[in-house]
Ligand binder design. Structure first.
Ligand code: DGL
Length: 277
């Protein structure tokens, strides 16, 4: 195939930009469409059947409108329940998901005490329990479902600073001490959280490894693209990098500046997808 691949990256909000930024490093010449379901944000508190239905509907519209060659579900909360549905309904379209980085956390910990910091939805999933049973049975695992961190990360991307006290409240339950051992690895199981990792490092009661799965997800996507499209190749036309928001809202000045930093232009008009969601 000679044309560049078109990649759809999907999240409830801006967290998926952490994955987008890593994939762009590996595939700078691909075309990208970043879709944020800001009308449905936050996903963390949605009931499972409703969330599956919403994401399925949005995907149907986005795939019909944009015909992507690959979809990256850059959202743990959605990936941990909708991937099987998506793969059955679009069997020839590759879907790359984002699931809690429990395996790398369990491999890297020395104290055998790890925490999984995700949305309330993600930490409650059977999928997460299965990952723990499969890869972290030898560890003491603390699941922390944060109600506010994704929103604090969104605000950060809109140019508003989260207070230290608010961040400390959300990350504090990750830090456990038991019989002379203490937590030394925290899986960031929501794509929004790496956006605040510098604050986490500054505010942590002791240093831990914060595990951001974005580079590994990008490598997986790059590998699948390589199998279908070959290596990333420079071309005459500049690559297309656009963001759409299901609310149809025009990005505020600070958000527009953030998107520009990521090299993303945005579509102002509501997409047909958002009208159908
Ligand atoms: N970024 C999403 C995730 O990875 C969830 C944020 C939310 O909508 O609550 O889980």
């Amino acid at each position: 195939m000679t044309r560049p691949p078109k990649i759809l990256i999907f999240d409830s909000g801006l967290g998926g930009l952490t994955v987008f930024a890593e994939l762009v490093k590996l595939r700078p010449h691909a075309d990208y469409l970043y879709c944020a379901d800001d009308a449905g944000f936050p996903y963390g508190s949605w009931k499972e059947p409703e969330l599956v239905e919403r994401v399925a509907k949005l995907m149907e519209a986005q795939i019909a409108d944009h015909a992507p060659d690959m979809v990256v579900i850059a959202c743990n909360t959605a990936s941990t329940i909708v991937l099987p549905y998506l793969r059955v309904h679009w069997p020839s379209l590759p879907f790359v998901g984002t699931v809690p980085a429990i395996k790398p956390a369990a491999e890297r910990t020395r104290s055998k005490m790890i925490s999984v910091l995700g949305t309330p939805g993600t930490v409650a999933r059977d999928y997460t329990q299965n990952l723990i049973a499969q890869f972290a049975a030898h560890c003491s695992v603390t699941l922390v479902g944060s109600k506010r961190l994704a929103s604090l990360a969104e605000s950060h991307m809109h140019g508003e600073r989260a207070s230290d006290a608010d961040i400390v409240n959300e990350i504090a339950p990750c830090f456990r001490e038991e019989g002379g051992r203490r937590t030394d690895a925290v899986a960031l199981a929501c794509t929004h959280y790496p956006l605040l990792v510098e604050e986490f490092e500054r505010l942590a009661p002791w240093p831990v490894e914060w595990i951001d799965p974005a580079p590994a997800i990008a490598r997986r996507a790059d590998q699948l693209l390589g199998e279908r499209f070959g290596p990333d190749v420079a071309r005459d036309q500049p690559a297309s990098r656009r963001a759409i928001f299901t609310s149809g809202a025009r990005p505020s000045g600070p958000l527009a500046a953030t998107l520009a930093r990521y090299g993303l232009a945005w579509d102002v008009a509501p997409t047909p997808a958002s009208e159908r969601a």
